[in-house]
Design a protein around this ligand. Structure first.
Ligand code: ADP
Ligand code: MG
Length: 315
């Protein structure tokens, strides 16, 4: 459904997108993951015809976006990083306006009601967009992308600035859309693509460094076994005791102290879950564990892991 081939975009000597290629099949939900400045928005803006490329090709439904932008754009619903909403219109006025612009042929009342319902904005349809909360405004942005029921949905950082409850709602909405649309969404949050996407394309400094099924990326990430544990006991002795547990690679005192407890960061051998052994080692000495949590990797660490695991054939 989407084919990007050797796409390049440079600004002077700076390559925002540096020769990337990937495909998205019909009905897939693909996550485009990368840190800020990686080239996600540039790629999406090119793919949706908002920006021209320096070289390479982007096709949607087989149609080249540069050669035939009008036809290609009809297939796409796009939520840009800055949603193109008009603050002085009401939600209803705005969606009708988008309906006109897109020259939508679907039954207007029925179609717009359906969109307001799935995006949960029906209750604010008569409000001015400028008076809406960030979460509602984002949903109005998603609603405009759905007008005309395009087969391809492209969302650039759809959950930025939303609170946790709104994030869950938007993720569920995207997952539902994925049932009968082809979806690409960009994000800099690993857990977001893990929660929603079938496949993850990772971009860093304008280059694709991995293109894999989500489960493969998740497997690599979960091999990481780092924990923060908070123990009430004498710092040095506790550290030495943890160090003596089979499977511990390293243990560092984080310097955090809370009453008579200290926090340590433990790294375990790959595939070795040593939480039970840790419990017994501490209880044997009457040192209560009052906190234990897995420490997630940041995106940089994830990238390094993935590069090490050599998951991708594209590099
Ligand atoms: P992302 O969306 O992944 O955060 P972008 O695609 O927005 O990244 O940007 C990729 C790189 O291109 C960044 O380093 C950014 O500074 C640069 N860039 C984007 N737009 C321009 C522009 N109009 N002029 C110069 N550099 C730009
Ligand atoms: Mg961006």
């Amino acid at each position: 459904m989407i084919q990007i081939t050797n796409l390049v975009k440079n600004y002077g000597s700076k390559f925002a997108v540096d020769d990337i290629s990937f495909r998205v099949g019909k009905g897939e939900i693909v996550g485009f993951l990368g840190p800020n400045g990686a080239g996600k928005s540039t790629t999406m803006n090119i793919l949706t015809g908002y920006l021209s490329s320096t070289s390479g090709e982007a096709r949607v439904g087989g149609i080249d976006i540069l050669e035939n932008p009008y036809e290609a754009k009809k297939l796409i619903g796009f939520l840009p990083e800055q949603p193109p909403v008009y603050p002085d219109m009401t939600v209803d006025e705005y969606l009708n306006f988008v309906y006109e612009i897109k020259q939508c042929k679907l039954n207007r009342e029925k179609h717009l009601l359906e969109i307001r319902t799935v995006t949960k904005i029906d209750d604010v349809r008569h409000r001015l967009i400028k008076n809406l909360s960030k979460g509602y405004r984002q949903r109005v942005g998603i609603a405009q992308a759905l007008v005309g029921n395009p087969p391809v949905i492209i969302f650039d950082e759809p959950t930025v600035g939303l609170d946790p409850k709104q994030i869950i709602e938007i993720r569920n909405l995207i997952r539902n859309l994925g049932q009968n649309h082809t979806v690409i969404l960009s994000t800099h949050i690993l857990s977001e693509v893990q929660a929603v996407c079938d496949r993850i394309v990772i971009i860093n400094e304008g280059k694709i460094i991995a293109d894999e099924k989500t489960e493969n990326i998740t497997r690599v990430v979960e091999e990481n076994r780092k924990y923060n544990v908070k123990v009430c006991g004498p710092q040095r002795e506790v550290q030495a005791a943890i160090n003596g547990i089979p499977g511990v690679v390293s243990v560092d005192a984080t310097g955090e102290r809370d009453g008579d407890s200290y926090t340590f960061q433990i790294e375990a051998e790959k595939g070795n879950d040593l939480r039970k052994a840790l419990f017994y080692a501490m209880s044997e000495r009457n040192w209560p564990i009052i906190g234990l949590e897995a420490v997630g990797m940041n995106l940089e660490e994830v990238f390094i892991k993935i590069m090490d695991a050599d998951l991708t054939r594209r590099r």
